[in-house]
Each structure stands twice: as C-alpha cells, then as structure tokens.
Design a protein around this ligand. Sequence first.
Ligand code: PMP
Length: 393
Amino acid sequence: MPHTTPIQAPAFPSRLPGVGTTIFTVMSALAAETGAVNLGQGFPDFGCDPKLTSLVNDAMREGLNQYPPMSGVAPLRAAISGKIERLYGHRYDAEREITVTAGGTQAIFTAVLCCAGPGDEVIVLDPCYDCYVPAIKMAGARAVRVPLTPGTFRPDFGRIAAALTPRTRLLISNTPHNPGGAVWSSADMRALQDMLASTAVLLLSDEVYEHMVYDGARHESVARYPGLAARAFIISSFGKTYHVTGWKIGYVAAPAALTDELRKVHQFNVFTVNTPMQHGIARYLQDPAPYLNLSAFYTERRERLRAALARTRLRLLPCQGTYFQCAAYDGLSIAERDLNEADFCLWLTREIGVAAVPLSAFYGNAFDQKIIRFCFAKRNETLDEAARRLARL
Ligand code: PMP
C-alpha cells in the first residue's frame, strides 16, 4: 500500500477568531446526554397549528414551488404591511418597503451588512442576542457594547448617548428583550427618538417577540414612532409567532431608501426565501387571532414556570415579554451561589436535571450576575417535570 499523506486545506486567518461552540450548543448536548429537561435553548417543544401546515401543503400541491420574487411573494408582503398598519398605525408600502427573509437572523445579518462597514461603529445593548456582534464584525465595523441596567435590563439613555460618536452608523435595539424579558415603554421609545433626532444614526429594531407581552403592556414597535421609523429596519420572525422556529422565515420593514440597500445584499445573500411557506403564511395571516392570542397563550406558561420557581430559593426577575424567564441564584447555599453562571448551569443540568443558560453568554465581557435564563415555550408536562426537579433547590 503506498503511503499517502492526507491533503490539508490551506491555512487561513479566521474571520471570527473569537467564535467557538456556544454555551447553547453545549447545554443542549449535555441536556440530551443526561436526560435533563431542556429549558435552555429558546424553541417550543409543541407543534404549530395544523391549519398552518395544511396551508403550506396546499401551496406545494398547487405547484407554488419555484423561485419567488426576490423581495418575497406579493400576498405575503401585502399581509405583513396590513398587519403592521393595523397594529402600529404606520403604512409600509408592500412593494418597496417589506422584504421577506430567511428568519430574523438573516434579516439582522443583511441589515447590518448593508449599512455598516470599516470605520463604522455599531452600538449593541448588553446583554444581547448572540448574532449581532458577529454580523458587525463580518461587516468590518466595530461593535460598541453598552450595558443595559443590570438586573432590570432597562435602557440607560445617558450611557447610550455617551457612546454615540460621529462614527456611529447603527444602533441595535431589542424589545421585548431576549434574554432579559424587559419591554420598552413609550417613554423609552420617545427618549430614543429624541436622542437620535439630531444624528444620522440608523436603527435596527429587533422585534421578533412583538406578540409576547404580558400584564396588559403593549409592544412599542418602532413603527409607532415616525422619527424612529424613518431611520429603522424593523425585524420580525414567523418562527417565534407561529411556533415554527425551524422554518426560518421572517421579514424586514424599512423605508424605501433603506430597503433598496437591504435588498442589494439580500439579493446576493439568499436571493429568495422558500415559496410554499410564504404562500401558506400569507393565507394564515388573514386571521389575526393566532398572533393576537399569543400573549394569553404564553401568559399561562409563564405563570406555570414562575409559580414553580417561586417555590424554590431562586429569585424571580420580572418577565414582561418574550418566552424567557430569568432567575438569580444568589440565595442558594454558599457552594452553589459561588459558581459562575456557566458552571452553575452545568451543575443544574447534571445534578438537578434541568438545563438553563447563563446570562453571561449574552455579554461581551462574560459579566457574571448569578442570573440564568429559562425558556417557557414548553408543554405543560415539560414545565411540570422541570418544576418537580427544581423543587429540590
Ligand atoms: N432576535 C432575537 C432576539 C432572537 O431571540 C432570535 C431567535 N432566538 C432571533 C432574532 C432570530 O430569529 P430566527 O430564528 O427567525 O432567525
């Protein structure tokens, strides 16, 4: 047998040298390996409305299976535009101002890439969703991380204003907020609007949890604030709203001038998003009940998890929106409360049999507040089993 040396790929410098396996992947793998109840990663463990799958199947059977228009199929863009206008009072032109994307993640990546580049700064508010900073880095821009108020995750406009420079191109906001569960008030939105009024800073408003707000609060979409809407890419995701995170379908609503630039990148990034799901969702959107009832649907699950956690020595943090509940473990016995958040989550998975994620994973500097995040987008039986196990805490 001749000896052959495997041919190596040429070495090249990583474009994202700091990125490795995320704690979400580690925790999910550990949960699977140990049989822990996985309240870590944010996805529902229940199915979507069978009506929605039927509508997608119908579209496939009708032969709607070829490339759709680059910006999305017309009925879906019209349905999205109608929904935004009815809910938030701002009319986006379906032809020129709505773009269907492969989920929120691709929407965010595309929006960042189309406006930020070398020499630009993009402000993110820590703790923040983990795809923002890699997108900024891939654009060649610099991420400027400004902390939200620790513990409450409310915006600190003094700190945000202090971070603005002539190089600031974009600010990324997120309400309802993952991981903190905070919901910005109309006073917050007005403060943001006032702060940006004299600047040329664009806004990326991540509103993927727009239909999950509790206790009578309302979602303050940027679309409600003309001074913000004029400079904003609004992003949402049907994965969250319709319990289909694996479908990866969402959209961007933005003024025509912004959308023109967004579509230049979108066109050569994914070009189009799968056709039958676009038609299925367009038809399903005709009935507003599923998204209007979502807050009530999740309120029940939120209460179930909160009641379970309230029976432990974990300290509940407020949850005004999203399907995430944060809790602090600073009241546990010394050995456990001395663990950092990542180690505490490993301990919780192995010893208690429930997986959660550390908040430090959402910060640039691994800031440790002894806070972990649970996801309550789960069946009652899943939440009850988690409750039974957590009762030992
Ligand atoms: N933004 C936030 C705040 C999220 O939590 C998520 C999903 N976890 C996304 C964007 C991405 O949405 P999608 O799954 O549609 O890509």
